[in-house]
Ligand binder design. Structure first.
Ligand code: ATP
Ligand code: MG
Length: 175
């Protein structure tokens, strides 16, 4: 797995844009992280780099928005999903097979209903930095953990590391 650290929303968008350069038809990304972590911000940077000009907003109520770019991007937010049965009704297999890229916010919730072949991106606040820093400057720090699951992204892991090299950050003191 790869750890990266960003200090602004724009950096998170840039990191996502760098990853989008590696995107291929049929790719799946699961975004995991608390409310306000930056899952939608990531998707905005990712989509912009796919050549999507439309405003990318959270599809919390619609569950899925699809955009046309260099590749089509399906953007899902399953926070309000009412169980896996509802998810299965969305036609995931067709979505993954139609030549686009699929990005799912809160994707860990639906992982059991997905092929085990995706890049998981865990976005977290740097709670230690926030606690130690009374100035509030650390509020915009995010740690992104990139975990390839299955062969599609495992095969590209060096390219992923190169793409996010400007933000690579090994967490200290735990191994
Ligand atoms: N380093 C950073 N990376 C991403 N977002 C950041 C960063 N620093 C500050 N922010 C701010 O954090 C917020 C992230 O909001 P965003 O909607 O992307 O989160 P989310 O994970 O999609 O939340 P939700 O679970 O509600 O969908 C934005 O207001 C953004 O400006
Ligand atoms: Mg969101």
């Amino acid at each position: 797995m790869i750890f990266a650290r960003t200090t602004s929303v724009d950096q998170t968008k840039e990191l996502a844009a760098a990853l989008a350069e590696l995107a291929r038809a049929g790719d799946l990304l699961l975004l995991v992280g608390d409310l306000g972590a930056g899952k939608t911000a990531f998707t905005q940077g990712f989509g912009a780099a796919l050549g999507i000009d439309d405003l990318i907003t959270s599809p919390t109520f619609t569950l899925v928005n699809s955009y046309v770019g260099r590749l089509e991007m399906h953007h899902l937010d399953v926070y309000r999903l009412d169980g896996l049965a509802e998810f299965e009704d969305l036609g995931m297999a067709e979505m993954l097979d139609d030549g686009g890229v699929t990005v799912i916010e809160w994707g860990d919730a639906v992982a059991p209903a997905l092929p085990a072949d995706y890049l998981e991106i865990r976005v977290a606040f740097d709670e230690v930095a926030v606690a130690l820093d009374p100035t509030g400057a650390s509020d915009d720090v995010r740690v992104l953990e990139l975990v390839p699951v299955g062969p599609r992204w495992a095969a590209r892991i060096r390219a992923v590391a190169t793409a996010v090299a400007p933000w690579i950050h090994e967490p200290e003191g735990d191994d």
